[in-house]
Design a protein around this ligand. Structure first.
Ligand SMILES: C[S@@+](CC[C@H](N)C(=O)[O-])C[C@H]1O[C@@H](n2cnc3c(N)ncnc32)[C@H](O)[C@@H]1O
Length: 400
């Protein structure tokens, strides 16, 4: 297999920073296939589930039970017996497993080189603070989150960047390319949203909890170059990689700190002007989430912004079938807290942390995508796998 790092986009793994894994022609072809299969499974085959529900599984349930399903779990049990859904679900799961295998095989064969490039990009290590004494929370060790072997914190050998490199290159498949060349469309969108929400606002200190490799934190740091961004995570390999990635992208105003969002005691009350989480809370737990929000509210300065990007919560207005479909990751993709978390009333959670309802808001945040790299699909876009991912934001401006 020859190495062809110069293959241009579109539909390619586009590594545009100094520690991105180098892929051969065949590896790229596999990732491109998997990204497009992912879009096909969601966008073209996904609607077949609704048909199977309406024409087959739901009438069967009603005939047997003499009533409509009461919740998303009853819909799931009925659909788990349906042949179309079983086929679709197996294909989706298999696609994720193939994405992990491909990412891991790309990364592991060049791990020496990746570790060396990360070491060089990290320079003297200024801005990377690891804590070998940290305890990885049980909700992280209990499963390989979204089927990543070793999850975020696993190492092939001590001190490596394998988990970060696999996460960074494979997210192209997971998002169907919807987050742009650097997979940072979410972070760009957050920064754009903040500029529009409060023009001229200059936060001095920003805390990003659950940073992983910095897909969101780096564009935030670049959009607010005078701010100091503290990016925390419990997992060392993603922090090592994230630090090197940020430095190779020229983002020098971020510090990557190994710390648990449940305990921010090293920072004083009101230390940050902005506390951010992005697709993070659903990977915690029922006990951890309120602790994290309470700590985040404590370290937030009066007048500061708390913002959490997630998928929409399940409420009474969301049909049970949609709740069931959105629950797929909880039961098939090692995201055990997903289902429970999306049933929370996030307004209550924020209010319990001292952010009253009249200080809260909800917003839609659409990923910013480079259209020259990801042109519109000729087949049209599905809800979650269109060119641009869309998140639901829950936030509050802390009363002054
Ligand atoms: C889905 S990823 C977040 C993605 C990231 N925010 C982004 O925008 O690209 C979840 C991350 O949270 C980290 N994590 C999980 N529990 C944590 C905790 N209690 N404190 C800090 N980080 C945690 C995991 O190690 C993982 O890197």
């Amino acid at each position: 297999m020859a190495i062809h790092d110069d293959i241009p986009p579109p539909y390619s793994m586009v590594g545009t920073h100094g520690v991105f894994p180098r892929a051969s022609h065949d590896e790229r072809a596999r990732f491109n296939f998997l990204a497009n299969l992912n879009k096909h499974v969601a966008g073209t085959l996904g609607p077949g589930n609704k048909l199977a529900w309406e024409k087959r599984a739901q009438p069967k349930f009603v005939a047997e039970q003499g009533r409509a399903p009461a919740d998303r779990f009853e819909v799931r049990r009925a659909m788990n017996a349906d042949p179309y859904h079983r086929f679709w679900s197996a294909l989706k799961r298999n696609n994720m497993e193939m994405r992990q295998q491909n990412g891991r095989s790309i990364v592991l064969r060049q791990l020496d080189d990746l570790d060396e490039r990360a070491r060089l990009a990290s320079g003297n290590g200024d801005g990377l603070e690891l804590d070998p004494a940290i305890t990885i929370p049980r909700y992280q060790t209990a499963v390989d989150t979204h089927c990543m072997p070793g999850s975020y914190f696993g190492e092939e050998r001590p001190g490596d960047v394998s988990a970060g490199a696999n996460y960074d290159c494979g997210i192209f498949v997971t998002t169907g390319g919807g987050m742009g060349a650097l997979s940072d469309g979410g972070g760009q969108a957050i920064a754009k949203w903040a500029h529009a929400a409060r023009p001229g606002w200059q936060p001095r200190r920003i805390l990003d909890i659950g940073v992983t490799v910095g897909h969101s934190a780096v564009p935030m740091a670049q959009a607010f170059p005078d701010a100091e961004v503290i990016a925390i995570d419990t997992a060392a390999p993603v922090l090592r990689y994230g630090h090197a990635r940020a430095r190779s992208l020229g983002a020098d105003n971020i510090r990557f700190v190994q710390a648990n969002g449940e305990d921010l005691s090293r920072w004083a009350d009101g230390h940050f002007d902005w506390v951010q989480t992005t697709m993070f809370l659903h990977e915690t737990s029922g006990q951890a989430l309120p602790r994290i929000i309470a700590e985040a509210a404590r370290v937030l300065a009066p007048g500061g912004l708390m913002l959490h990007l997630e998928q929409p919560q399940y409420d009474d207005t969301m049909p049970l079938f949609e709740q069931f479909m959105r629950d797929w990751d909880a039961f098939n993709n090692n995201e055990p807290f997903w289902s429970a978390m999306h049933a929370y009333d996030m307004h209550d959670v924020l209010a319990a942390a001292g952010l009253p309802r009249d200080s809260q808001f909800e917003a839609k945040v659409r990923a910013v995508v480079d259209e020259t790299i990801f042109p519109p699909s000729v087949e049209g876009d599905a809800e979650d796998f269109g060119r641009a991912a869309v998140w639901h934001a829950y936030g509050a401006w802390k009363p002054a």
